[in-house]
Design a protein around this ligand. Structure first.
Ligand SMILES: N[C@@H](CCC(=O)N[C@@H](CS)C(=O)NCC(=O)O)C(=O)O
Length: 226
């Protein structure tokens, strides 16, 4: 087990990318790390700018003094460094399939986020494509407890935001994307995912997250639509 001198995570309370890292640390049983909260919107710390000068974003994991940025890279790094509770299969093809599906999940994320802040025809279009993309996720999860099978795997972590952020975005933007009748597999998965003890422990408080995204939405729409 690492001691806190060796492992540090720079995060932001509502970031789904930071949550990925916290979930994986939890699944691996790594509790002894220092969490540093960053004000990523208004006041990035000199430490963040020094550790992630390219993207200037969280999460950043610092292991034995070495910084690693980008949540999916961090998740893979943790998975390769701590071998218990493996998240990715050994088989190169299976692994490639999961990684490319996770990449598709990032497209879905970008579309769902845009559905939250956009307006009018633009919003209708992006809501439609988000629903079509969600259908692909439904096909992947149907009949399974988790994407990883009986236990959480890489895709559960990558797509975890769907379970709690998507409903928040729908609430904030008065839109409907994640219909449990249309997507029963995802609905069941979301229930299983959110009741997992490791996941449950690292979720942002819902009321605060709703307020945060209401403000974000107002801010982004004011820039885009004036
Ligand atoms: N692709 C990155 C995205 C990270 C990201 O967007 N982080 C946000 C917080 S949710 C951030 O630090 N934003 C600051 C900024 O955009 O300047 C990852 O997967 O780690």
């Amino acid at each position: 087990m690492e001691n806190s001198e060796e492992l540090k995570l720079l995060g932001f309370w509502v970031s789904p990318f930071v949550a990925r890292v916290e979930w994986v640390l939890g699944l691996k049983g790594i509790k002894d790390y220092v969490y540093v909260e960053e004000d990523v919107l208004y006041n990035k710390s000199p430490l963040l700018l020094q550790l992630n000068p390219v993207h200037k974003k969280v999460p950043v994991l610092v292991h034995k003094g070495k910084p690693i940025a980008e949540s999916e890279v961090i998740v893979k790094y943790i998975d390769e460094t701590w071998k218990n509770y493996p998240l990715l299969p050994q088989d190169p093809y299976e692994k490639a399939r999961i990684l490319s599906f996770a990449k598709f999940g990032d497209t879905l994320y970008a579309d769902a986020f845009k559905a939250m802040w956009s307006r009018g025809e633009e919003q209708e279009k992006v809501v439609k494509s988000t629903i079509e993309e969600l259908q692909k996720i439904e096909e992947e999860i149907k009949g399974r407890k988790f994407f990883g099978g009986e236990s959480l795997g890489y895709l559960d972590i990558a797509l975890g935001w769907i379970s709690y952020l998507l409903p928040i975005w729908e609430e904030v933007a008065f839109i409907k994307i994640f219909d449990p009748i249309k997507f029963p597999g995802i609905a069941l998965w979301a229930e299983n995912f959110l009741s997992h003890p490791v996941i449950k422990e690292k979720l942002p408080p819902k009321d605060r997250a709703v307020e945060y995204f209401q403000e974000r939405r107002a801010f982004i729409t004011s820039i885009i639509y004036g």
